[in-house]
Design a protein around this ligand. Structure first.
Ligand code: URA
Ligand code: ZN
Length: 387
C-alpha cells in the first residue's frame, strides 16, 4: 500500500465561507444567522436554515467559517485531507442574478481557501494539499442554462475544486428536469463529481407534535430527501444518457439501498417508467458513489453488498450476482459532516467522527485494503488528489 493510499480523507465536510456567513447574518428570514444575548450577557450566534427550524436554531461559531478551525478539527481526528463543500441551503433562496454572482465569488473564495492550505506530509512524488473543494452552481428558478454552464466551466478551471455540491431542487423542478441535460453533459465532460446533499427533508407533518428537536428532520427527513431525488434521477434515465456522470450521495444514499429491489419491482410493473430505462433499477446503484456517513458497520456492509450486486443487472438479465462487499467498498468514502453534530459535552474527539471510523473498521467482509480505500484511497482516486 502506498503512503498516499493510507491517508484519511473526509469527503463530507462543510463550511459557510465568510462571504456566505455575512449574507446569512444580513438576513432575518430563513436561512439566517441571528445573534442573541444570553441571560449572562454573552452573545451567541444561532443558525436558522430549516423551515420551521426546531428549538430556535442551532448554535454556530467559528467552526462553521474559520479555516483554522477546520484544520484543527482535522488534526485532532487524524484527517489528512478534506474535500470541503458549502453547507445547505447553498444559493437556493436567492434570485437568479445574485445566485450567479455569488456562485462565481464563492467558488473563487473556496479555491483560495484550498490553494493556500498546507500540504499533507505524504512523501510521494506529488504534492498534495490538505484542502480541496466542491464548488457551487447557481441552480435556482429562472437562471439561464448559459449561466449555469459558465459556472460549471469556472469550477472545472479552478485547480483545487474537484466537483460541486448540489441540492435536490435543480432549477425548481427537481433533478429529473430535462432542462438540466446540458448541465449533466457539461459536468460529465469536465469529469467533476456531483455531491448530492439534502436540505428540505420531507413533509414535516409526518413528525407529529412531540418536541424531538432536529432528530426526525435530520435522521429521517434528510436521507429520505436524498433517496427520492436519486430515485427520480434514475427514473429519468439520466444514467443512460450520461453513463460517466459521477454522483456521490450523502449519508450513504439514505434508504436507496434498502429499497432498490422494491423500486425495481415497482418499475417492472409499470410500463411508463420501465419504457424509459435501459436496465433494471438495481444496475444504476452500481454507478453511484456513496459516502460512509452511516454510523454503523452493518449499514456500511449492507450498502456495499447492494451496490456491488448491480453488475448482475445489465440489460436483459435479472440474475443477481452474489454480493461482493469488497467490490462495493470501492465506491464508498469516509465523511464526518463537520461542523454539524458537535459533541454536546466537551470531549477530546467528536463522536460523529469516531463512530464513522469505528464503523469502517468493523465491517465484516471488508479486507484491510478495502477499509483503507474507504478511509481515503478511494477518494484519492475519485478526486484525483494530487497537485
Ligand atoms: N444539518 C444540516 O443542516 N446540514 C448537514 O449537512 C448536516 C446536518
Ligand atoms: Zn452534510
Amino acid at each position: 500500500m502506498t503512503m498516499a493510499s493510507r491517508l484519511l480523507v473526509d469527503v463530507h465536510t462543510h463550511v459557510y465561507l465568510p462571504r456566505y456567513a455575512s449574507l446569512l447574518r444580513s438576513r432575518s428570514t430563513v436561512p439566517f444567522i441571528r445573534t442573541n444575548t444570553t441571560a449572562d450577557g454573552l452573545s451567541e450566534d444561532r443558525l436558522l436554515i430549516l423551515e420551521n427550524e426546531p428549538s430556535g436554531g442551532r448554535p454556530v461559531g467559528p467552526q462553521y467559517w474559520d479555516r483554522e478551525e477546520k484544520l484543527k478539527f482535522m488534526d485532532k481526528h487524524g484527517i489528512d485531507i478534506s474535500v470541503v463543500s458549502t453547507a445547505n441551503p447553498w444559493l437556493d433562496f436567492l434570485p437568479a442574478a445574485q445566485a450567479q454572482t455569488l456562485a462565481s465569488e464563492l467558488n473563487e473564495d473556496l479555491e483560495q481557501y484550498c490553494a493556500t492550505s498546507p500540504s499533507t506530509n505524504s512523501s510521494g512524488p506529488y504534492k498534495i494539499k490538505r484542502l480541496y473543494g466542491f464548488g457551487l452552481l447557481p441552480l435556482v428558478p429562472e437562471v439561464s442554462t448559459t449561466s449555469v454552464l459558465r459556472i460549471v466551466n469556472q469550477i472545472a478551471s479552478l485547480p483545487h475544486l474537484r466537483g460541486l455540491i448540489m441540492g435536490t431542487r435543480g432549477i425548481g423542478q427537481g433533478l429529473d428536469d430535462e432542462a438540466l441535460d446540458p448541465v449533466w453533459a457539461a459536468i460529465e465532460k469536465a469529469g467533476l463529481v456531483v455531491f448530492l446533499h439534502p436540505h428540505y427533508g420531507v413533509d414535516g407533518s409526518a413528525w407529529g407534535d412531540k418536541d424531538n428537536g432536529h432528530v426526525l428532520p435530520l435522521a429521517l427527513g434528510f436521507p429520505f430527501e436524498t433517496t427520492t431525488s436519486a430515485t427520480r434521477l434514475i427514473l429519468s434515465g439520466v444514467f443512460d444518457r450520461f453513463p460517466n456522470l459521477r454522483l456521490l450521495l450523502a449519508h450513504s444514499g439514505g434508504a436507496l439501498a434498502a429499497l432498490s429491489s422494491r423500486l425495481a419491482s415497482c418499475i417492472d410493473h409499470d410500463p411508463r417508467a420501465a419504457s424509459r430505462l435501459k436496465h433494471d433499477a438495481r444496475y444504476y446503484l452500481g454507478k453511484l458513489y456513496l459516502d460512509a456517513v452511516a454510523y454503523g458497520p452493518e449499514e456500511l456492509g449492507f450498502v456495499s453488498d447492494v451496490i456491488s450486486r448491480s453488475t448482475g443487472y445489465e440489460a436483459g438479465t435479472s440474475i443477481s450476482k452474489t454480493p461482493d462487499r469488497s467490490l462495493g467498498s470501492q465506491r464508498m468514502f469516509f465523511g464526518t459532516d463537520h461542523p454539524f453534530f458537535p459533541p454536546l459535552e466537551p470531549s477530546e474527539k467528536w463522536k460523529s467522527v469516531t463512530e464513522n471510523l469505528e464503523a469502517i473498521a468493523l465491517v465484516q467482509g471488508w479486507s484491510e485494503e478495502d477499509k483503507a480505500g474507504v478511509r481515503g484511497g478511494n477518494a484519492m482516486s475519485l478526486f484525483n488528489l494530487r497537485e
